[in-house]
Design a binder for this molecule. Structure first.
Ligand SMILES: Nc1nc(=O)c2c([nH]1)NC[C@@H]1CN(c3ccc(C(=O)N[C@@H](CCC(=O)O)C(=O)O)cc3)CN21
Ligand SMILES: CC(C)C(=O)C(=O)O
Ligand SMILES: [Mg+2]
Length: 273
């Protein structure tokens, strides 16, 4: 190992994920957008941290993922990379930085890799982004695909309903998944599609599938961390399981602090100089 490396934790790589699929060990992925949370999730054993463009919703309060910029994604990604010792860090290519122009896709991906220190990029779509994927891969940058509900296309579909319920769309998705596999993507997210289809895809490709509303047969699962921790409010899709109610925990702590300050109970004589 390089003399410049301090820690000697065994890092997760894209190759680790392939080995996990072969061994039948499920992959646990969560989103992260900042240093402090990345440290906690890494300490908790998350295999993969996704710097999702859901930062547009969760961090910035936008309605959709469309407004977040490449500069903003790089800022989030660099912060996450500094917080991680073990997890693989993947970064979403934001809307408008890879579609329809493979040169731009490569340039955007190179900026992410160079300026954030992340390990891979993710992009949404199948056949329509084939050229972009080829070009990014040709520079040695690992690419993850994302099929099914693709939030950057929300204005094309109009709703966040389950995708590929009809036979024709299911066939299209399976074909896209095989294409991503054959192009050399190291994995793919399957978002909000029937469990049976996700199972068929998972059995038809060599690389790991990571489900969000893709059911139990995916090779791994991903959730938005703030959803899983109960920080986001009024978001209750069927695929979401909440492992904490941090909105309430943080609100209660805030109320206690506010009340202490008002009552002049904080700071006390030991908490001053
Ligand atoms: N906080 C958060 N969590 C996410 O999972 C997430 C984001 N933001 N932003 C980007 C995308 C958008 N995603 C979404 C958005 C909506 C549903 C969804 O199921 N919405 C409705 C049902 C809509 C319908 O059936 O018409 C729901 O039940 O909440 C799922 C995933 C997933 N991503
Ligand atoms: C929900 C996951 C897969 C994602 O793309 C995001 O968080 O942006
Ligand atoms: Mg995303």
């Amino acid at each position: 190992m390089s003399v410049h490396k301090v820690a000697d934790v065994k890092r997760v790589t894209t190759h680790t994920l392939q080995a996990m699929k072969r061994a039948g060990e499920k992959i646990a992925m969560l989103t992260a957008y900042d240093f402090s949370m990345a440290r906690i999730l890494d300490a908790g054993g998350a295999d993969v941290l996704l710097v999702g463009d859901s930062a547009s919703n969760v961090m910035a309060g936008h309605e959709t993922t469309l407004p977040i910029t490449l500069d903003q994604m790089i800022y989030h990604a660099a912060s996450v990379v500094r917080g991680v010792q073990r997890a693989l860090v993947i970064v979403d290519l934001p809307f408008g930085t890879y579609q329809g122009d493979s040169k731009m896709a490569l340039k955007s991906s190179i900026r992410i890799m160079k300026e954030s220190g992340a390990h891979a990029v993710k992009l949404e779509g199948g056949q329509e982004v084939e050229d972009s994927i080829r070009r990014i891969l040709s520079a040695g940058i690992p690419v993850m695909g994302h099929l099914g509900l693709t939030p950057q296309s929300i204005y094309k579909f109009g709703t966040y309903t389950v995708r590929a319920k009809q036979e024709a769309e299911a066939r299209r998705l399976l074909k896209d998944a095989k294409m991503l596999d054959e192009l050399g993507c190291f994995g793919m997210v399957l978002e909000k599609i029937p469990a049976e289809l996700a199972q068929k895809v998972s059995e038809s490709v060599d690389v790991p599938t990571i489900g969000i509303g893709g059911g139990m047969h995916c090779d791994g699962q991903v959730l938005v961390t703030q959803d899983m921790l109960g920080i986001t409010k009024d978001f209750h899709p069927r695929f979401l399981r909440r492992y904490a109610e941090l909105f309430d925990v943080i609100r209660e702590a805030t109320q206690a602090y506010v009340s202490d300050v008002k009552a002049q109970a904080f700071p006390n004589d030991k908490e001053q100089y």
